[in-house]
Design a protein around this ligand. Structure first.
Ligand code: URA
Length: 436
């Protein structure tokens, strides 16, 4: 095939055949297509988009570049969940026990954090010994015994996406709906789950800045799922403000544990019971979301799903007892309280910047090579829309690093104190296959 012809076709808004798309992806993976050619191809997609059949082929070609899993021998229904990334987003740690409690197994691949956003694998590794590097057999065994297993995304999974994402990142082509949809879904389709719930974040701290583009991305992903005979639902959620009170690693596992024991922050509970509720409706455990949410709220209040988080962490060699004795195990050299300069309703000028602050405190990594300080992070004593009096603590910073004044200044700059509460909705829209 001739690449110049293919790119001209895309440039002139003509639909590419499946052979052409598979050829481009394969040639890129085996280095016969050069980065500069692929960059031009991505840019043509950025401008002209892709048809749903092109997106489906592109996704399949990417999946074919790596390994896939089978869940043969895992009994019952299996669910998966994905979030496009948020600050303080520990939803998977609460969602998984809630769903497993109702007999639907959660089989998931997760990643590490980079930059301002955290990663589920890093959070779980704050329990010493916990590993996401388990064999397929072990994964299935834990699914059958505990009902939850989370594996780390390895380099064998969709290598085409890894290479492509690195190129998109430096060529201004990350924010393309067909490219984001195929990138996310190729990694989801590697595991044959019966249902997938996607949390598409929208707002200043997210890829999708407005509802129209968030809906377009959601529909593209649901359509890919449909092509692959997977039941995909989406919730579009607000990411202008952080989720819950804890930002970091061990501190987020602790918040997840507290939430499962009926002591969670309101926004986090709402998001988790919506995600879990939609999953249980997808799997026909409940007839509608309203009923599912009522039952899930009962489970949070009677603590009956909490042990599943502990059991799953234990099954993957993690020592959960460190979370039960949190203060002793995760103390830091500095504990910095940031006080309100006046009274009013709290908000944060940027969720993303809170994520960067947490990274600088030691909880995240600026480059892939950096290590993480599991004890570092932020606790929001007052979170969005809560009333604070002058001099009260708005947030507490935990760090072993010595740049205290810099951290104080940065944190203070992020706090907005308003005369009125801004009642922004958290869950902006729900979409299922019936909406495309
Ligand atoms: N997350 C992904 O996995 N891929 C993208 O392209 C964007 C977000």
């Amino acid at each position: 095939m001739n690449f110049a012809e293919i790119i001209n076709k895309k440039k002139n808004k003509k639909e590419l055949t499946s052979q052409e798309i598979f050829w481009v992806v394969n040639s890129f993976v085996n280095n016969t297509l050069k980065d500069y050619q692929m960059a031009a191809f991505n840019m043509a997609i950025w401008f002209n988009g892709m048809s749903s059949s092109e997106i489906a082929n592109f996704t399949q070609a990417m999946i074919n570049s790596g390994i896939t899993y089978n869940l043969d021998g895992v009994k019952g229904l299996k669910a998966d969940k994905h979030s496009t990334g948020g600050i303080g987003d520990k939803t998977s740690l609460i969602f998984s026990p809630l769903v497993a409690k109702f007999g639907v197994k959660v089989a998931k691949l997760s990643g590490r954090g980079l930059g301002q956003t955290g990663g589920t694998i890093d959070k779980l590794e704050s329990c010493p010994g916990w590993t996401g590097e388990i064999s397929e057999e072990k994964f299935k065994e834990i699914l059958n015994t505990v009902g939850i297993s989370i594996m780390s995304q390895s380099s064998d999974i969709v290598p085409a996406d890894k290479k492509l994402y690195a190129l998109r990142d430096v060529t201004g082509t990350v924010d393309s709906i067909p490219l984001i949809a195929s990138s996310i879904m190729s990694k989801k389709l590697v595991i044959p789950a019966d249902s997938i719930i996607l949390d598409v974040k929208m707002g200043s701290g997210a890829f999708m800045k407005d509802l129209k583009s968030a809906i377009a991305l959601s529909k593209a992903m649901i359509a890919i799922g449909k092509e692959h005979k997977r039941n995909v639902s989406v919730m579009i959620t607000n990411m202008d403000q952080p989720l819950g009170r804890a930002i970091g690693n061990a501190i987020e596992v602790k918040e997840a544990w507290d939430t499962l024991n009926g002591k969670g922050p309101k926004d986090l509970i709402e998001l988790c019971i919506t995600a879990a509720g939609l999953t249980l409706v997808q799997n026909k455990v409940f007839k509608d979301l309203k009923t599912a949410k009522i039952e899930l709220t009962k489970v949070l209040n009677d603590n009956s799903a909490a042990h599943l988080l502990r059991d799953f962490i234990g099954a993957q060699n993690g020592d959960f007892s460190v979370i039960l004795d949190y203060e002793k195990n995760f103390s830091t050299k500095h504990v910095i309280e940031i006080k309100a300069k006046k009274e009013g309703y709290v908000a944060f000028s940027s969720a993303d910047e809170l994520g960067y602050l947490s990274m600088h405190l030691g909880a995240g990594r600026a480059t892939k090579e950096e290590s993480i300080d599991f004890a570092a992070g932020i606790y929001l004593n007052k979170t969005t829309n809560e009333f604070v009096k002058k001099g009260e603590t708005v947030m507490t910073l935990y760090t072993n690093r010595d740049s205290i004044e810099e951290f104080q200044q940065k944190a203070q700059d992020l706090i907005l104190i308003n005369d009125n509460a801004h009642n922004e909705k958290l869950i902006l829209k729900l979409l299922t296959v019936d909406d495309i």
